[in-house]
Design a protein around this ligand. Structure first.
Ligand SMILES: [Mg+2]
Ligand SMILES: [Zn+2]
Length: 225
C-alpha cells in the first residue's frame, strides 16, 4: 500500500456473488451450445464481447424468470463489512464486471445497505429485453485489444493515476488482464492459478474477511489507524 492512495477494484461474478451469475443464467436458460462458445473464450480464441453476445443470444427467458433465479444468489458474507471499513477509511471501491447491470443491481440491492451502494460505482455491461428475450449491450467505446465486453484494465486506467495503489480482487479468467495491470491482485479460483503461472504480484484469499484483515494490517503499519 505504501504511501500511495489505495483504490479497490472488484470483480462481481464469483467474487462478490458466491456463484457466477452469468454461468447460472446460461446453465438454466440457454441451449447447450453456450458451452462450446465458453470453451472458445477460455482458450483465448474469442474475446468476451463476442462470447457474451453469442451466449446471451442462446438464452430463452423473460425478465421475471431471470429475476426469480437471481433471488437465490448470495453475496460474500464479509463483503458488506469490507465496504463499511473501506468507506470509513475513505478508500474507494469500484465494481468492474464483465457481467450485466440487471443481475448485479438486483443482487446488490437485496444484500447491501443502500448508503453503502451509493458509494459503490458499478462498471459493467447491460442486458436489454425485447420480445421477452435478453440481448447483451456493450458500451460504445471502440473494442480493446483483448476483445473484452467491458475492458477491466481500461476502467482501471480511466479511474486511477500514478499516485494510486491499485488493488484488484477477482476469481476467474475474465480478470486476467486486470490482474496484469493492478499493483496487487487478491486472487482465488482460476485467477489464482493464472497469477501463479504468470508471476503476477498477488495474494490468495478465501473471502472478504481476508481482504479486510489485510486492509487493517497495512493501515496499522502506516499509522493511519
Ligand atoms: Mg468472476
Ligand atoms: Zn480488454
Amino acid at each position: 500500500m505504501k504511501n500511495k492512495n489505495t483504490k479497490f477494484f472488484i470483480d462481481f461474478d464469483g467474487t462478490i456473488s458466491t456463484v457466477d451469475v452469468v454461468d447460472l443464467i446460461l446453465e438454466r436458460f440457454a441451449s447447450e451450445e453456450w458451452k462450446v462458445v465458453e470453451k472458445e473464450w477460455a482458450e483465448g480464441k474469442i474475446g468476451s464481447r463476442e462470447c457474451l453476445s453469442r451466449q446471451i443470444a442462446l438464452v430463452n427467458a423473460g425478465q421475471e424468470d431471470v429475476r426469480r433465479l437471481l433471488s437465490k444468489v448470495e453475496v460474500d458474507p464479509y463483503f458488506e463489512e469490507f465496504l463499511k471499513q473501506a468507506r470509513g477509511l475513505s478508500i474507494p471501491a469500484t465494481v468492474v464486471s464483465d457481467g450485466f447491470d440487471f443481475s448485479i443491481q438486483e443482487i446488490l440491492k437485496r444484500s447491501i445497505e443502500s448508503s453503502l451502494l451509493e458509494n459503490l460505482p458499478v462498471y459493467c455491461n447491460r442486458l436489454e429485453w425485447s420480445a421477452g428475450k435478453p440481448k447483451a449491450v456493450f458500451n460504445g467505446d471502440s473494442p480493446c485489444e483483448h476483445g473484452c465486453a467491458n475492458c477491466k484494465p481500461r476502467v482501471l486506467k480511466q479511474l486511477t493515476d500514478s499516485h494510486d495503489f491499485v488493488v484488484f480482487i477477482g476469481d476467474g479468467l475474465s480478470d486476467r488482464f486486470a490482474a496484469r495491470s493492478a499493483d496487487l491482485t487478491f486472487a482465488k479460483g482460476k485467477l489464482l492459478q493464472f497469477c501463479q503461472d504468470n508471476q503476477i504480484k498477488h495474494k490468495p484469499y478465501t473471502n472478504f474477511k481476508d481482504i479486510k484483515q489485510w486492509m487493517e494490517s497495512e493501515l496499522l503499519n502506516l499509522g493511519r489507524i
